[in-house]
Ligand binder design. Structure first.
Ligand code: UDP
Length: 317
């Protein structure tokens, strides 16, 4: 059994490569390193069951040999990245998804799309079930990511309906853990890095907005189960534990024992006010639910950043 994972050198992609290798698959990893990092996969390079291809999936994509699965995880995913790279973000979600689906069709492979809670936009239904169609500003700064992923979902369903490709769509909620970049820009990594450096924690807005944070191992287990299930409709995979950004800041300060204070910054445009997955479907269909609390996940993530920060220049907030 052999799978292609696009975005293999990214935070999630690299964990997913390991999961599939552990599960007995041969893995072909693909990345163009626009946000992925060679360090994330260097330990896999010597293995006979792992092959790496440096390639932009937005361009014509072909892989020699059989493939039973294509998992499309390539995309900038941090707001600061997709704001800096709006066109590559739109292209990998649209053209890249098309190329990856075309390859899955040609190989008779199952296809799994990494979608996102951002398809719900700034939600008016809370928590968000898969049946909610969302509340997205297509022309705002986040539209480049949100609409690319919405298009990717539509394209995935079209390949399923028109070409009979066996497809899966996972809607991923805010995920954190080892292998995030210090400069990733997302809230968990920013706060930990700032706390460890004794810098003020950059809270956007009044910090009253909420997110639900999933530890990477839980997410990867959910994706593994979804891939091996027969569920075609989109599926939320996320931890329903909901926290305000301010609560997260206080928790990170307490856990790191940092003397950092809080600095308030303007809220980015269209920043969703609330976010929490309804995981009724994942529980029922995949028998999945998260097992790692935010408290425990932070305990596993902080040591990774402590080590990473030795010798890394300051991050942006
Ligand atoms: N945020 C923050 N400080 C930061 C980074 C993010 O207060 O340094 C806030 C951001 O405004 C949002 C939440 O934390 O409300 C989650 O942001 P993130 O970029 O992690 O992901 P998002 O859920 O917005 O995609």
């Amino acid at each position: 059994m052999r799978v292609l994972i696009t975005g293999a050198a990214g935070f999630l992609g690299s964990h997913l490569c390991e999961k599939f290798l552990e599960g007995g698959y041969q893995v072909v990893g693909m990345d163009n390193f626009i946000t992925g990092r060679p360090e994330n996969i260097v330990h896999l390079l010597g293995r006979k069951d792992f092959r790496f291809v440096e390639h932009n999936v937005t361009e014509y994509t072909y892989v020699e040999g059989p493939l039973e699965g294509v998992l499309h995880f390539a995309s900038p995913a941090s707001p600061i990245d997709y704001l800096e790279m709006p066109i590559p973000t739109l292209k990998v979600g649209s053209l890249g998804t098309h190329k990856a689906l075309g390859l899955a069709l040609a190989k008779g492979a199952r296809f799994l799309l990494a979608s996102t809670s951002e398809v719900y936009g700034d939600p008016q239904v809370h928590p968000q079930p898969e049946t909610y169609w969302g509340h997205v500003n297509p022309v705002g700064p986040r539209g480049v990511y949100d609409e690319a992923k919405r298009f990717a979902e539509a394209m995935t369903m079209a390949y399923h309906r028109a070409h009979g490709v066996d497809t899966r769509i996972v809607r991923i909620f805010n995920t954190y853990g080892p292998r995030m970049r210090a400069s990733d820009g997302r809230v968990v990594s920013n706060f930990i890095v700032q706390a460890l450096r004794g810098e003020p924690l950059s809270v956007y807005g009044d910090g009253g907005q909420t997110r639900s944070f999933t530890y990477v191992d839980d997410l990867v287990e959910g994706i593994w189960r979804l891939f091996h299930s027969d569920r075609v409709d989109p599926t939320n995979v996320g931890n329903p534990g909901e926290f305000t950004v301010r609560q997260l800041a206080d928790q990170v300060i307490a856990k790191t024992g940092s003397a950092s204070t809080i600095a308030f910054h303007p809220l980015p445009e269209d920043d969703p006010k609330v976010r929490q997955p309804d995981i009724t479907v994942a529980r029922a269909v995949l028998g999945w639910e998260p097992t790692v609390s935010l408290d425990e996940g932070l305990d596993r993530t902080i040591p990774y950043f402590r080590e990473l920060l030795q010798g890394v220049p300051a991050c942006t907030a």
